[in-house]
Design a protein around this ligand. Structure first.
Ligand code: Q46
Ligand code: ZN
Length: 299
C-alpha cells in the first residue's frame, strides 16, 4: 500500500481490502441487515470483485445477495456475449443467483441501434440506459439496494470532468449512496467508492476471479477517459491523491454546494409513462426510447 507505506502479503492484503469495503459500506450506511441487494455485474474485474467482496460480507452482515447482467446488444468484439458469459461464470463460481436481462427484449432496441440513430456519444447513451434498466429491473424484482462497481478512480475522473465544466447538478448527484427517490425504488450504492482500481484488480487476481479484459468497442469515446492518465500520473507522484480528492469532495465541497450556494436537489416524481423517478412529466429514458423506436421504424 504505497499511501501507507505498508507491505502486505496476499492473505493480509485480502483482509485489508475487504475491511476497507466493509468500512465504506458501514460509514455511508449503504446496506442494512436483512436487505435484499442486487449487484450489477458486467463481467469486468470491478463488478466481479464487488460481487465477491459482498458475497463474503453478506455472511457477516446478514443481507441477501443476487447479481444482474444487462445484455446491451453490443456486437463489436462480441462484447455483450462475452460480458454475459463471464458474469454467468463468475456468479456461478461464487454461488450467487444471477439474472440476465436483454435490453432488446425489454425495451425494443440494442445499444448499437441507439448509437446509430441518436445523436449522442455512445457512453452517454449507455450510461442512461444502464442506470434506467438496472433500477427498473431491481424494482420489479423487489430489491432494496442496487450496488454498482463504480471505483474511486471513476469518481475522481467524474469529479474532475464536472469541476472543469462547472456541472453543479451533476456534481451534487455524485454520492456514495443515492437514497430511494420513490416508494419501491431501490437505493443505489457504490461500495468501491473508496477503493482504487489497482487494488481491485489485485484482489480479483488473488481471488482467482475470471473476468473480461476491457473489450467494449466504444470505451475510448468516453468523455472522462482523457482524464485517466492525468489522474494516474498525479496518483503515482503523490499516492493517496485520488482518495483525498474524493473524501474532500464528500466532506467539504458537496455540503458547501448544497448549503452555501443554496443549490437545490430537485425532488423526483413518477414518470407518467413508466413510473420511475423523473425530473419532469416523462423521464429522459422514456423520451429517448420513443425517439429511438420512431427512428428505427419500430413505433
Ligand atoms: S459499456 Fe457502455 Fe462502458 Fe461500452 S458504451 Fe461506454 S459505458 S464503454 S463501462
Ligand atoms: Zn419513464
Amino acid at each position: 500500500m504505497r499511501q501507507a507505506n505498508l507491505p502486505l502479503c496476499k492473505e493480509h492484503f485480502v483482509s485489508w481490502f475487504e475491511r476497507r469495503v466493509e468500512r465504506t459500506v458501514r460509514r455511508y450506511k449503504m446496506i442494512a441487515p436483512g436487505d435484499k441487494v442486487l449487484v450489477a455485474v458486467s463481467g469486468g474485474k470491478d463488478s466481479l470483485a464487488l460481487l465477491c467482496a459482498l458475497r463474503r460480507l453478506s455472511e457477516r452482515m446478514g443481507f441477501e445477495l443476487a447479481a444482474l447482467t444487462l445484455d446491451l446488444g453490443i456486437k463489436g468484439n462480441s462484447y455483450s456475449d462475452e460480458s454475459v458469459k463471464m458474469a454467468r461464470g463468475g456468479a456461478k463460481a461464487l454461488g450467487v443467483e444471477h439474472y440476465v436481462v436483454s435490453i432488446e427484449e425489454r425495451y425494443g432496441f440494442t445499444l448499437d441501434e441507439a448509437v446509430e440513430v441518436a445523436r449522442r456519444p455512445p457512453c452517454s447513451l449507455c450510461g442512461l440506459l444502464k442506470r434506467y434498466a438496472l433500477t427498473d429491473v431491481a424494482r420489479e424484482l423487489g430489491f432494496d439496494v442496487l450496488a454498482t462497481g463504480h471505483t474511486l478512480d471513476d469518481v475522481a475522473r467524474f469529479l474532475l470532468a464536472s469541476y472543469l465544466s462547472a456541472s453543479i447538478q451533476e456534481l451534487i448527484r455524485l454520492t456514495p449512496v443515492s437514497p430511494s427517490e420513490l416508494p419501491g425504488v431501490p437505493r443505489r450504492v457504490k461500495p468501491f467508492y473508496e477503493s482504487l482500481e489497482e487494488h481491485i484488480e489485485l484482489y480479483a487476481n488473488i481471488m482467482g476471479l475470471k473476468y473480461m479484459r476491457d473489450g467494449c468497442p466504444y470505451a475510448r469515446t468516453a468523455p472522462t477517459d482523457r482524464f485517466r492518465s492525468f489522474l494516474d500520473q498525479v496518483e503515482a507522484e503523490s499516492p493517496g491523491m485520488k482518495h483525498m480528492m474524493v473524501r474532500g469532495y464528500v466532506k467539504h465541497i458537496r455540503p458547501a454546494l448544497i448549503s452555501g450556494l443554496g443549490t437545490k436537489i430537485k425532488p423526483a416524481r413518477p414518470c407518467s409513462k413508466c413510473g420511475l423517478p423523473s425530473s419532469g412529466e416523462v423521464c429522459s429514458f422514456c423520451r429517448l426510447r420513443s425517439r429511438i423506436l420512431r427512428a428505427l421504424g419500430k413505433a
